[in-house]
Design a protein around this ligand. Structure first.
Ligand code: FE2
Ligand code: FE2
Length: 226
């Protein structure tokens, strides 16, 4: 079972990590799907995964997991992919925290390689851990909650989540590159799959009635020649 003790312990012992947390909170805010709460869950997952990976650099994993989505807001306003925007912002932010300069390039590489949609494969153990940690937050009950928030934000119908599950989320366990991450992803996919099935059945139960009730509600107001 994942817990956040290792992340809290490692981050609170590093002055640069505490400063970075303040930057991330200020820039991301409390948006659940991709903001500060998501970032903290990813950092918890990453440090939990790192416990079983000998020789990995904890500084690189901490910094990359905290900054991996820092450029999300830029993606919304431009055509720049958020992983690339995050990389650029991370380069600037790390200088203001006292983060070890000789490790910066590895942090930037892990940020660039974290995203499913940019299509870059993780090329280091640290990149693998950050990428797996991020994907775990798209699965399980929290994954469903995040998918629902994004779906509502994009104005998709309720069953859009079911398509998103089949087209993207159900593929994530195959993309995991740590064995501990793969095992956890399979468990969370099974939880998410059950929730998706229950959700689909309930939505379909009411779907026709909503269409008919809408017609009944408006028919008296539509002029005959329409
Ligand atoms: Fe991302
Ligand atoms: Fe993310």
């Amino acid at each position: 079972m994942i817990n956040c003790e290792v992340f809290i312990d490692k981050c609170s012992k590093r002055a640069w990590c505490k400063r970075l947390l303040a930057y991330v909170l200020a820039l991301q805010g409390y948006e659940e799907a991709h903001g500060f709460p998501h970032t903290i869950r990813v950092a918890c997952n990453a440090l939990w995964l790192a416990q079983d990976e000998a020789g990995v650099d904890i500084d690189v994993i901490l910094a990359a997991s905290l900054l991996h989505d820092i450029g999300r807001g830029v993606e919304g306003e431009s055509s720049v992919h958020h992983a690339l925007a995050s990389k650029v912002l991370a380069e600037i932010l790390l200088d203001g925290t006292g983060f070890p300069r000789d490790k910066k390039d590895r942090v930037l590489q892990s940020i660039e390689e974290h995203s499913f949609s940019l299509g870059k494969k993780p090329s280091t153990r640290e990149s693998c851990i950050v990428s797996d940690a991020d994907k775990l937050d798209a699965l399980g009950a929290i994954g469903f909650y995040r998918a629902a928030l994004v779906s509502e934000d994009m104005g998709r119908p309720p069953l859009g989540i079911v398509s998103h599950y089949h087209e993207k989320l159900s593929l994530l366990p195959k993309l995991m590159c740590t064995s501990k991450g793969k095992e956890e992803a399979k468990k969370r996919l099974s939880v998410l799959g059950r929730i998706i099935e229950l959700f689909k059945d309930e939505v379909l139960t009411y779907e026709d009635a909503i269409v008919i009730a809408t017609k009944i509600a408006v028919e008296d107001f539509i002029p005959e020649h329409y």
